[in-house]
Design a protein around this ligand. Structure first.
Ligand code: URA
Length: 203
């Protein structure tokens, strides 16, 4: 059953304003606002990337679909049957900078606050920094310990490649990447069918 619930929308708006005003580390751009996550406050699924691109920060939308990462993310979402507007998409770091020690640790505070408000049933981490922030491990370390997915601090975590990594091996087509990761994606689709991971949408 699909249920319509609006929870904590106000808190999320306020948090986005606090994130925009953040000056906590030296990596803040003088001319670009840090970018909070985007998506409904009632989302059961949260996706976490690395850091917004400059264009994403300018337009206020993580994983813009005009970028390779954004396009690949869309392919990933539609492959597993999720819609962009029913998931919450955010980044470990909120400023359009490479993730490094300084912003990783200061931005963790914002990520924790986003998680506290959204209370997602499942977190899909995209790339190394995201699984490091959530589980304190690398993707391979996670898989050794938990397998494809696992319960970390009462939350179901599913680590996946960062969408930009799909393009690093230029000889591979996106479809081939999907084929290679099919076992993993089948597992994700199985988890998404679980009645415990109810997708809440606005009616
Ligand atoms: N855009 C984002 O918002 N995050 C990424 O990790 C990459 C591109």
């Amino acid at each position: 059953m699909r249920v319509s619930i609006r929870k904590n929308t106000g808190c999320l708006v306020q948090l986005a304003q606090e994130i925009q005003a953040c000056n906590a580390c030296k990596l803040r751009s003088p001319d670009l606002l840090p970018l909070a996550g985007v998506g409904p406050s009632y989302a059961d699924i949260m996706l976490i990337g690395e850091a917004p691109t400059t264009e994403a920060a300018k337009r206020g939308e993580p994983f813009l679909d005009i970028t390779v990462s954004g396009e690949n993310l869309n392919i990933f979402l539609s492959f597993v049957g999720l819609k962009r507007d029913e998931v919450y998409i955010t980044n470990v770091c909120k400023c359009p900078k490479r993730v490094e020690y300084a912003n990783f640790w200061t931005c963790r505070m914002w990520l924790d606050k986003e998680i506290k408000i959204i209370q997602p049933k499942m977190i899909i981490t995209l790339g190394g920094p995201a699984i490091e922030a959530i589980g304190g491990v690398s993707i391979s370390g996670f898989r050794k310990k938990w397998g494809f997915s696992g319960q970390v601090k009462d939350r179901l975590i599913f680590p996946f490649l960062h969408p930009s990594a799909w393009e690093r091996n230029k000889r591979k087509k996106r479809q081939e990447v999907i084929e290679e990761e099919r076992e993993l994606l089948n597992e994700l689709m199985r988890l998404l069918q679980d009645p415990g991971i109810v997708k809440l949408v606005e009616s």
